[in-house]
Design a protein around this ligand. Structure first.
Ligand code: SF4
Length: 220
C-alpha cells in the first residue's frame, strides 16, 4: 500500500467533499452512552433504541436500576435481544461504579487520557474496545476512532487494513492513520458512505467517490 496516512487523508477529504464535515454535537452523559452502546451489541439501531427507551421508562434513574433485580432489567430490555446477558452486564457496570466511585456517575472518565480510560472501562465485563471508543468519542469528544462492523468492512475494502483481520486489530491500526481532529468526521462520514454507497451487499460502485482507493474485488 502506498503511504497509508496519505491515503487516509485523501479518503477523509473525499468523503467530506461528498457528505460535508459533521460537527461533534458536544458532550453527553458517558454512563448513559455506555449503557446505550452495550444495548446496541448484536442488534439493530431500532431495537437497541427501543430497549434503551424502555429501560429508562422503567428505571428513570440508574440508582433505581441498580437497586432492581437483574430479571426486572432483563424484562425492560427484552426487545434488544440477549436480554439476560446484557442485564447482568449493565448491573455489573452499575455495581462497579457504586463500589469503586461511590456514585453512579462516569463523568470522571472525561478527565482520563484515552489509554487510561480504555484500561479502566476495558476491565468491565461486556465492554470491548468498540463500545469504549464509541463512548469516548461521542460522549466525551475524545480523539479516538471507533471501528464498528460497517467501518470494519469499508476500511478493508479501501485497503486501509488487511482483509483477514478482526475489528479489534483494525481499531489498533486505524488510530495512527486518522488525521488529527478528524476522528468524528471520518467515523460519521464512513457510516453514511456505508449506508448510502458501500453497502455490505451490492455496493453502488458506480456512484463511489473512492474507486481509485478501493481494493475490493467483488468476485472474491
Ligand atoms: S468502489 Fe465499491 S466496494 Fe469499493 S469503496 Fe467504493 S462502493 Fe465500496
Amino acid at each position: 500500500m502506498r503511504d497509508p496516512k496519505r491515503k487516509t487523508e485523501k479518503i477523509v477529504a473525499a468523503l467530506e467533499e461528498r457528505f460535508g464535515v459533521p460537527k461533534w454535537p458536544g458532550p453527553s452523559d458517558p454512563l448513559d452512552a455506555l449503557i446505550q452502546t452495550m444495548l446496541s451489541q448484536n442488534t439493530n439501531d431500532t431495537n437497541s433504541g427501543r430497549a434503551y427507551e424502555q429501560l429508562r421508562q422503567r428505571f428513570p434513574t440508574w440508582e433505581e436500576a441498580n437497586a432492581a433485580d437483574v430479571q426486572k432489567i432483563a424484562d425492560a430490555i427484552r426487545v434488544g435481544g440477549l436480554a439476560n446477558l446484557k442485564a447482568e452486564r449493565i448491573k455489573g457496570v452499575l455495581a462497579w461504579l457504586e463500589r469503586t466511585h461511590g456514585a453512579l456517575d462516569l463523568d470522571f472518565i472525561r478527565d482520563r487520557k484515552p489509554d487510561e480510560a480504555i484500561r479502566i472501562l476495558g476491565s468491565l465485563k461486556g465492554v470491548g474496545i468498540k463500545t469504549i471508543s464509541v463512548v469516548l468519542m461521542f460522549a466525551c469528544g475524545a480523539e479516538i476512532f471507533p471501528v464498528d462492523t460497517h467501518i470494519h468492512r469499508i476500511t478493508r475494502r479501501l485497503g486501509l487494513a488487511p482483509e483477514n483481520v478482526s475489528a479489534e486489530k483494525v481499531h489498533e491500526g486505524m488510530q495512527d492513520l486518522v488525521p488529527k481532529g478528524k476522528a468524528y468526521s471520518f467515523h460519521m462520514n464512513l457510516l453514511k458512505f456505508g449506508r448510502t454507497i458501500c453497502h455490505a451487499r451490492n455496493p453502488r460502485c458506480d456512484q463511489c467517490p473512492l474507486t481509485e482507493e478501493c481494493v475490493y474485488n467483488s468476485d472474491s
